[in-house]
Design a binder for this molecule. Structure first.
Ligand code: BDP
Length: 695
C-alpha cells in the first residue's frame, strides 16, 4: 500500500465517512470546480461573467438555478443571474421570442429547424458588444443549451467563438428503472431504489439531482418501475406518489411512465378476464388511464412486458401482441401517450433456438401496430450479453415503430464490480448495417426513424442508478449513464469523444491523464468479452445473479437455461450452429450478412461460435486452432485486466485519493475475477473436449 493510500485508509477508519469523502462521486459529472487555467478563467469571466436568462417558468428557473451554482463555482465568485440583457458583454439565454425582443436573433440560424428540444449556442457580435447566446424554441431546450455550455466549461474548452446547433436525433430518450415498490432493484448494483415509496409523495433533494443529471445528457423520460410489474403501482395511492415525482422532474423536461401488468383489470379491477378485446377490460383501462392523466397530465405512457418470463399477456386469450398493444395504444393516443411493448419473448415452443423466438413472433405482425405503439427490442437477440450480433428484428419491421432497449446496468458485464465502458458496445450495434433497405440501413437509422420515415423514435436504457452515495456503484459506471444519454441524443458521437467529455468533467483536465483514462475505458469492453465470452460465446452466466461463470452447470440436459445449451461444447467441437445446417437463424438477416455469417470462412471471429459449431482443431484466420485461440483470448482478457490495474496505479498522483482507492480495489477484484473466468471456462471446455462429464 502506498503512503497516500495508507493515509486515506487510516483517515477512513478514524473519521466518519462523510467528513473525509470530499470526492465520493455523488456530484457525478456536474462537479463544477473552479477553472484552474488562468487565461481560460479570464476568457470565461469575459464571456459569461454577466448573465441573463430571459423569460419565466419552472424550466427557466431550473436554468437560472443551475447557472448560478455552476458559474459561481467555475468562476470562483458569486454570480447573479439577471433577467434582462446585459449592457456589456455576457451570456444571454432565451427562447426565440425573448431573444427577438432583445434584438439578438439576426445572426442566429433558423429556429424552425430546432424543433422543441434543439438549441443553438452561438457567439454573436452586436455593436461593440459580444454575447454568447443560448436559444431554442422551448424552455427545456434552454436547459439543454445551458448544460452544453457548462459541459464545455467543465472540460475547460475554448468558448470564445461558438457556433453550435444541436438537435436530438431520437425523440424519446428514456431510462427504464427495474425498481420494485419494496425498494429493491432487479439487476441493480448501486444500493436500493432511488424512489422512496414509503416517504412519497414527500420528495427529497436526490430526485431533483437525478433530474438534473438526466437533463444534462438529454434524457427526457423515465419509467419508474420494474418490467416485472407489480399491479400496486397502478393504485391511486401509488399514482399520487408517482405524480409527486413527475412534478419534480417536469421542469427538467422529463416525463414519467409506468410499467403496467397486463392482467391489472383482473388483479386490481376484479374482472374475470384481461382479454384485450373484452369491452369491460377496455373500459377498465380507459378509466385507469384517465385517472393517471388527471394526476399527471404529461404522463408518457405504459411499458409492457407481456407473455415473457411469467408475465401475463394477450396470448392467454388467443390474442396477439398487436391486439394487446393496440388496445392500450388506442386508449393512450388522445392523451399523447405511448405504449412501449417489449419484444423480449422466448417461448421455446416457437423455436428451439432462443435467438429466433422474438423474430418469429413479431416480424409477421409488422404493419399491425398503431402509430403510438413502439415495439421495444433489446440490442441483441438473446439478452444483454457482452457481445451479440444486432437483433434481426431491426431489419424486419419497417412498418413498425421500433425502439431499442440497451442495458446500462451491467447485469452480464461484471455488474458494479468491473470497469466496462459500454459506449463501444452500443456503437457497435447502432452502426451495424441491417441492409434492410440497401447498404447504409444502419440500426441507428432504423431506430431514429429516418430509414422508414417514422414520425417519432424511442431509445431506452435500463438504469444503473440506486441510492448509494455515488449513484452507480462503480465510479466508472457513471460514464455508462452519461454515455447512454449522449448517444441517445446524438448517435454519431464517438465512444472516444463521449469518454473524453466525461473524464474532463468527472476526473481531471490533465491531458496525459485524460488520454490514459480514455484509452483504458475504450478498450475495457473488448477486454471483458475476452475474459468472459470470446469468439461469439454467450450466456455462460445463465442462472441466479448472472455474475460469475457457470459453463458447466447442469451441462447436457438440453433445456433453455443451461450454459451447455448456449456453448454446446462437446467432443466434436464448440459453438451454436445457427447456419442453414443448424437453426438457420442466419436467415433472419438480410444479404449480404446472412451469406457472410452462414459461411464459417467469412463469418467474423467475433461471431464465430454464435453462428457455428466448429471442431476443436478448426483453423482460425490467424493460424490458430479454435481451442488455441480461445485460450489466447482468455489470456488476453486476464493480461489486459492486469494492465488496467497497473495503468490506474500510474495515475495515483493525478486522481483524488478517495476515488483512486475505490477504483484500485475494484480493478483488483476484476483481475482476480478474470482469472476465475479463464480457469472455469477453459477447464470445462477441455473436459467437454475429452467427453468428460462437467460439474
Ligand atoms: C433479463 C434479466 C431479468 C429481466 C429480463 C427482462 O435477467 O431480470 O426481467 O431480462 O428484460 O436480462 O425482462
Amino acid at each position: 500500500m502506498s503512503p497516500k493510500t495508507f493515509f486515506v485508509f487510516l483517515t477512513l477508519l478514524i473519521f466518519p465517512l462523510n467528513l473525509v469523502l470530499a470526492e465520493d462521486g455523488s456530484e457525478l459529472w456536474l462537479r463544477y470546480r473552479k477553472e484552474e487555467n488562468l487565461s481560460r478563467l479570464a476568457q470565461y469571466q469575459g464571456a459569461v461573467g454577466d448573465v441573463a436568462v430571459l423569460g419565466s417558468g419552472p424550466s427557466v428557473d431550473a436554468v437560472r438555478a443551475e447557472l448560478k451554482v455552476a458559474l459561481s463555482a467555475i468562476l470562483g465568485k458569486e454570480i447573479s443571474v439577471g433577467s434582462a440583457c446585459p449592457s456589456g458583454n455576457g451570456l444571454v439565454i432565451g427562447t426565440k421570442e425573448s431573444l427577438t425582443a432583445a434584438g439578438l436573433t439576426a445572426s442566429l440560424p433558423d429556429f424552425s429547424k430546432l424543433g422543441e428540444e434543439g438549441y443553438v449556442l452561438q457567439t454573436v457580435r452586436q455593436g461593440e458588444h459580444q454575447y454568447l447566446v443560448a436559444g431554442g424554441n422551448s424552455a427545456v431546450s434552454l436547459l439543454y443549451g445551458t448544460f452544453d455550455l457548462l459541459r464545455r466549461m467543465q472540460a475547460s474548452d475554448d468558448i470564445s467563438n461558438l457556433k453550435t446547433v444541436s438537435v436530438p436525433k431520437i425523440a424519446h430518450r428514456y431510462l427504464n428503472h427495474w425498481d420494485n415498490i419494496n425498494g429493491s432493484v432487479e439487476r441493480g448494483y448501486a444500493g436500493r431504489s432511488l424512489w422512496n415509496w414509503q416517504e412519497l409523495p414527500k420528495t427529497n433533494s436526490r430526485y431533483r439531482d437525478y433530474a438534473r443529471a438526466c437533463a444534462s445528457v438529454g434524457i427526457n423520460g423515465t419509467v419508474l418501475n420494474n418490467v416485472n410489474s407489480q399491479v400496486e403501482s397502478l393504485t391511486q395511492d401509488y399514482l399520487v406518489k408517482t405524480a409527486a415525482l413527475a412534478d419534480v422532474f417536469r421542469p427538467y423536461g422529463i416525463r414519467v411512465m409506468l410499467t403496467a401488468r397486463f392482467n391489472a383489470p383482473m388483479a386490481l379491477g376484479g374482472l374475470k378476464t384481461a382479454d384485450p378485446r373484452d369491452p369491460e377490460v377496455i373500459a377498465w383501462w380507459e378509466k385507469k388511464t384517465n385517472e393517471i392523466y388527471n394526476l399527471i397530465p404529461d404522463f408518457g405512457g405504459f411499458l409492457i412486458k407481456a407473455s415473457s418470463e411469467g408475465q401475463p399477456g394477450p396470448q392467454t386469450y388467443k390474442a396477439t401482441h398487436a391486439d394487446g398493444a393496440n388496445m392500450l395504444g388506442k386508449i393512450l393516443a388522445p392523451h399523447g401517450g405511448l405504449v412501449m411493448w417489449r419484444a423480449f419473448v422466448y417461448d421455446m415452443k416457437i423455436d428451439k433456438d432462443r435467438a429466433k423466438c422474438a423474430y418469429k413472433e413479431f416480424a409477421p405482425l409488422d404493419g399491425q401496430f398503431l402509430e403510438n405503439v413502439v415495439v421495444q427490442v433489446k440490442n441483441g437477440p438473446i439478452d444483454f450479453q457482452p457481445r451479440e450480433p444486432f437483433h434481426p428484428l431491426f431489419g424486419a419491421m419497417p412498418k413498425t415503430l421500433l425502439g431499442m432497449e440497451l442495458q446500462i446496468t451491467k447485469e452480464y458485464l461484471g455488474q458494479s464490480k468491473h470497469l466496462v465502458y459500454l459506449a463501444p458496445m452500443w456503437k457497435e450495434v447502432l452502426d451495424s448495417d441491417t441492409f434492410a433497405n440497401g447498404t447504409g440501413s444502419t440500426v441507428a437509422k432504423v431506430i431514429d426513424g429516418t430509414l422508414d420515415k417514422h414520425r417519432t423514435s424511442v431509445i431506452a436504457g435500463v438504469a444503473n442508478v440506486g441510492n448509494g452515495p455515488n449513484w452507480c456503484g462503480h465510479p466508472f459506471d457513471q460514464a455508462n449513464w452519461y454515455a447512454f444519454g449522449r448517444l441517445a441524443w446524438d448517435h454519431d458521437l464517438t465512444s472516444e469523444q463521449i469518454a473524453e467529455e466525461w473524464i474532463r468533467c468527472t476526473w481531471t483536465h490533465d491531458p496525459q491523464t485524460v488520454r490514459t483514462i480514455r484509452e483504458l475505458m475504450c478498450s475495457s469492453r473488448e477486454t471483458c468479452v475476452n475474459y468472459m465470452v470470446p469468439l461469439g460465446l454467450a450466456h455462460i452466466m445463465v442462472t441466479g445473479n448472472h455474475y460469475g461463470p457457470q459453463p458447466g452447470l447442469n451441462a447436457g440436459n438440453g433445456s433453455s437455461v443451461t450454459p451447455q445449451y448456449y456453448h454446446r461444447a462437446g467432443p466434436d467441437g464448440i459453438g451454436f450452429d445457427r447456419s442453414s445446417k443448424g437453426s438457420n437463424a442466419v436467415a433472419e438477416y438480410h444479404a449480404p450478412l446472412c451469406d457472410q455469417w452462414e459461411n464459417v470462412k467469412t463469418c467474423p471471429d467475433q461471431y464465430l461460435l454464435w453462428f457455428h459449431h466448429v471442431p476443436w482443431n478448426f483453423q482460425m484466420s490467424n493460424g490458430h486452432t479454435v481451442w488455441e485461440e480461445l485460450q489466447r483470448r482468455y489470456d488476453l482478457g486476464v493480461s489486459d485486466c492486469e494492465k488496467m490495474e497497473a495503468t490506474w496505479q500510474s495515475l495515483e498522483s493525478k486522481i483524488d485519493a478517495q476515488r483512486f482507492l475505490v477504483v484500485s480495489n475494484k480493478l483488483k477484484e476484476q483481475s482476480a475475477n478474470a482469472k476465475i473466468w479463464r480457469k472455469t471456462c477453459l477447464d470445462v471446455f477441455q473436459a467437454s473436449m475429452s467427453g468428460e462429464k462437467t460439474p
